[in-house]
Design a protein around this ligand. Structure first.
Ligand code: AHR
Length: 347
């Protein structure tokens, strides 16, 4: 009798817990289904589920806007946007939710490269084509995605190294302290570890470093692609090393934080400063800083990938072939031309 009472109590206590847990993730889905009894969203348009990896940088904001502006109702799309908040597990849940909602296409900007096979197999089984955007995934089974749109991150890293070679060889910025040192001491602020942007830029740059006996990488640390972390890590590195010649920072937001740390440490940066800075992305604030001479060079990472995604989907809708990989165009911007080069840029 006593045992029975306990069992009943346990069941009654467990019911609300189960209900709360069940309602955590699919709220959005259920609401969509309530609005429309058949599919998640208006079935006349092409329904695209987009799992963006986060909101960490100005670049990311520009990338998100580009995709949202391309996949509009006017252009024939219904976009379901989800923010993965820098966690792959969130993005995997997003993909599962898109499959459940029976979207027509899934677009993923993957935070890191590995660990996608299982969920992409589920998408494949459901017959939903997947387009990878910005960063890449590491998989042996390339049939798990139909196409990819992004930038060549390895090439970006090489360009950074080649710019430094050029800078040193041509003695540009003749007053730069960099030209009076035999050993070039470099610190690398890396982005999110194991992301394509981090892997590609590190290996591209490090492949150029290998050609120069007098270039020394003092350390390589992650600033997670954010301004706050970039500042924190740079402040620590300035305490640890008193002879940094070059900072290579894998995105502009970390660079902005690092510049604050450098200035707070009483040092200067840029072409004539104590520390030369090579940055990546080339967002608007970076041009401001290049105009002020605080950043030497910015290797562009083009976030405007939305129109290409729309075009790929439109082609697939018409039954046309698409390439497995698409890369958007990118340039290199130097401080001395920043004012002229930024004209007409939208982000
Ligand atoms: O994957 C692209 C990188 O991710 C950008 O360089 C950076 O700003 C972003 O966070």
């Amino acid at each position: 009798m006593h045992k029975k009472l306990i069992a009943i109590l346990v069941i009654f206590l467990a019911i609300p817990i189960i209900l709360v847990n069940c309602s955590l993730r699919p709220i959005k889905i259920m609401q969509n289904y309530e609005k429309d009894n058949t599919k998640a969203i208006d079935s006349d348009s092409i329904v695209v589920g987009f799992s963006q990896l986060g909101w960490e940088s100005d670049w990311r904001t520009a990338n998100t806007k580009s995709i949202q502006n391309a996949l509009t109702e006017e252009n024939g799309f219904s976009l379901i946007f989800s923010n993965g908040r820098q966690k792959q597990e969130n993005q995997i849940k997003d993909v599962r939710s898109f499959i459940f909602q029976e979207v027509d296409y899934i677009v993923i900007a993957p935070t890191i490269e590995t660990g996608w096979d299982t969920v992409l197999e589920e998408a494949k089984e459901a017959g939903i084509p997947v387009i990878i955007v910005d960063r890449m995934i590491d998989t042996k089974d390339t049939s798990l995605y139909i196409s990819s749109v992004g930038t060549d991150k390895y090439a970006e890293g090489r360009k950074a190294g080649q710019w430094l070679e050029h800078f040193l060889e041509n003695k540009r910025g003749a007053n730069s302290p960099l030209l009076n040192t035999d050993t070039i001491n470099i610190v690398e602020l890396d982005g999110t570890m194991n992301s394509t942007a981090q892997i590609g830029r590190s290996s591209g740059f490090n492949d150029i470093v290998k050609n120069h006996k007098n270039w020394k990488i003092l350390t390589q640390e992650s600033g997670e692609f954010t301004k706050a972390k970039g500042k924190e890590v740079m402040a620590r590195l300035l305490n640890r090393f008193n002879d940094i010649d070059v900072l290579i920072s894998q995105n502009d937001d970390m660079t902005f934080g690092a510049i604050e740390a450098i200035q707070e440490a009483g040092l200067t940066c840029g072409e004539y400063g104590d520390i030369a800075i090579i940055s990546f992305d080339a967002v608007s604030e970076a041009f401001d800083k290049m105009e002020k001479g605080l950043i030497n060079v910015d290797i562009e990472c083009n976030p405007l990938q939305g129109p290409l995604i729309a075009e790929i989907i439109e082609r697939l809708e018409k039954g046309e072939m698409v390439n497995k990989e698409y890369y958007v165009d990118e340039k290199i911007f130097e401080a001395k031309n920043a004012k002229k080069d930024r004209v007409g840029r939208s982000y």
